[in-house]
Design a binder for this molecule. Structure first.
Ligand code: GLU
Length: 294
């Protein structure tokens, strides 16, 4: 058993209000952290200004507070961590593991968007920076719910972007630097990010960072099989009614609804959730969300 104390996190991007799918990741990561006697941190992933919605950070934090899910320790905002990302990038450039790239999306269309070598004929004013992913870069890892996962990152993804041509940090770089810097031992998040994990593991290795344990929770799907957060059904959580939202997320996590029956405050309910949580009941497949009232 590892001697490093468990530290998990919930890392929303402020692209809008939290929805039931976000709560699944928030509550699931919180329950697993508490079950392990560990810490749970909140990190705001606001490195993508074009997608950041004004007011969303405050709204998300107010919703988490109403749900009783409080960060153990300071809340980190990625927008204030340029220095850390810059240092990591320079190290990768110095070591020849990353390179400037002038290719455009349309230039890579013939390669299905997968970069193996530069095809740009003319320089861009501001090139992107990519991680070099040589042949043989196959990553294997054990997902806490889905078991053995394997991805040939060279073939399936190619050299991937660390700093975008518009100058913003890529999610992959920021998340890896922050998970490392914050000492995150366990990443629990939605299965929509399963495909990113091998890239993040390669980047951890390139930066000499430890690889956390990963567990990807099932996604909430609407009746048509679409990811809930991307569909019209992704209605924001109502921060004024935290108990029904928590009970719904609890049930979606496969837990026994009887544990959370009855009245009480959010604090009472979370205490009962903590006591009754059984990780063996977590569902391994995506879940069709119950339809709420329209
Ligand atoms: N910020 C990402 C999102 O909101 C989550 C990143 C992560 O958990 O690694 O989808």
């Amino acid at each position: 058993m590892s001697m490093t104390p468990y530290r998990g996190r919930f890392a929303p991007s402020p692209t809008g209000p939290l929805h039931p799918g976000s709560l699944l990741a928030a509550l699931g990561s919180w329950l697993l952290a508490r079950h392990a006697g560990g810490q749970w941190r909140v990190r705001i992933e606001d490195v993508d200004p074009p997608r950041t919605v004004p007011g969303a950070v405050d709204q998300q934090l107010a919703t988490l507070a109403a749900l009783g899910l409080a960060s153990d320790g300071p809340i980190v905002h990625q927008s204030s961590r340029d220095m850390l990302y810059q240092q990591a990038l320079e190290r990768l450039l110095d070591e020849g593991k990353a390179f400037f790239c002038h290719c455009s999306r349309s230039g890579l269309a013939d390669q299905h968007g997968i970069h193996h070598q530069c095809v740009a004929r003319s320089p861009r004013q501001q090139p992107a920076i990519r991680l070099r992913v040589p042949p043989g870069s196959t990553v294997h890892f054990q997902d806490g719910l889905r078991g053995a996962i394997r991805q040939d990152v060279h073939a399936e993804v190619g050299d991937f972007v660390l700093r975008r041509a518009d100058g913003y940090w890529a999610y992959q770089l920021a998340v890896v630097v922050d998970d490392g810097d914050q000492g995150i031992t366990d990443v629990v998040r939605g299965a929509d990010l399963l495909d990113s994990t091998p890239r993040q593991i390669l980047l951890q290795r390139a930066l000499g960072l430890p690889t956390p344990a990963y567990l990807h929770l099932p996604l909430l799907l609407d009746a048509d099989g679409r990811k809930l957060s991307k569909s019209d059904a992704a209605r924001p959580l109502d921060a004024r009614a935290p108990l029904p939202a928590l009970r719904q997320a609890w049930a979606a996590l496969g837990q026994d609804p009887a544990c959370l029956r009855g009245d009480g405050s959010v604090v009472d309910l979370l205490a009962r959730a903590r006591a009754g949580f059984d990780p063996a009941r977590l569902p391994r497949h995506d879940i069709v969300a119950p339809q709420g009232p329209r």
